[in-house]
Design a binder for this molecule. Structure first.
Ligand code: FE2
Length: 195
């Protein structure tokens, strides 16, 4: 497969990822308790819509259609965010979970744009590089702003008393715990050998 085909596949992945975020960001904005965090999520939703349009321009330049790949990675990252929204935590601790989820989505996109920009550079696609770089810069800025807004929230969260009564685990949480033990078990032989 030529690099151009790899690039188009990756860009379709990004296009799907951005579209998935257009659906997911309002949920984070609605869920956030801290007004600054809420405002950042809302502002990034508007930016994300612009990013979808920029990606469409990229596909026009490449004379390819934008659909064709569903981004499983972003689906998983968003799923983690949905888990954070279900957490039974108070104020700043609840928001801290959302910050973690939001930063994962941003850094997933940062990785995607970093790779596709490098590919487009190798192919000498200047206009594509320029459009993708605008998206990358917005992602970098969003991650920076979310982290800055998070600092006071995390400090406040660190002062919150710990939950006295541990709530019973849901079946989803139990399944997640079982899988995590399996992950550990599968990695264990390799870890021992490397020592
Ligand atoms: Fe984005």
């Amino acid at each position: 497969m030529a690099l151009n085909d790899v690039l188009v596949d990756e860009l379709r992945d990004m296009y799907s990822a951005e579209n998935q975020l257009v659906k997911a960001l309002p949920k984070l904005a609605k869920g956030a308790i801290n007004p600054q965090l809420k405002a950042l999520f809302t502002a990034h939703l508007e930016e994300t819509k612009g990013q979808v349009l920029r990606l469409k321009q990229v596909f026009e330049i490449l004379e390819e259609k934008p659909t064709g790949e569903h981004c499983n990675g972003m689906e998983g990252v968003i799923e983690e965010g949905a888990d954070a929204l279900e957490k039974d935590q108070e104020g700043p601790s609840f928001d801290s979970g959302l910050v973690g989820a939001a930063l994962r989505t941003e850094h997933y996109e940062i990785a995607g744009y970093t790779a596709t920009i490098a590919m487009a550079q190798a192919l000498g696609l200047k206009d594509v590089v320029s459009l993708l770089t605008q998206n990358l810069n917005e992602e970098l800025n969003a991650a920076k702003n979310i982290l800055a807004a998070a600092k006071p929230i995390l400090r406040e969260s660190a002062q919150q008393p710990e939950d006295q009564e541990k709530k019973p685990k849901t079946s989803k949480e139990k399944e997640s715990a079982r899988k995590s033990r399996e992950d550990e078990k599968k990695a264990a032989p390799t870890l021992r050998r490397n020592r």
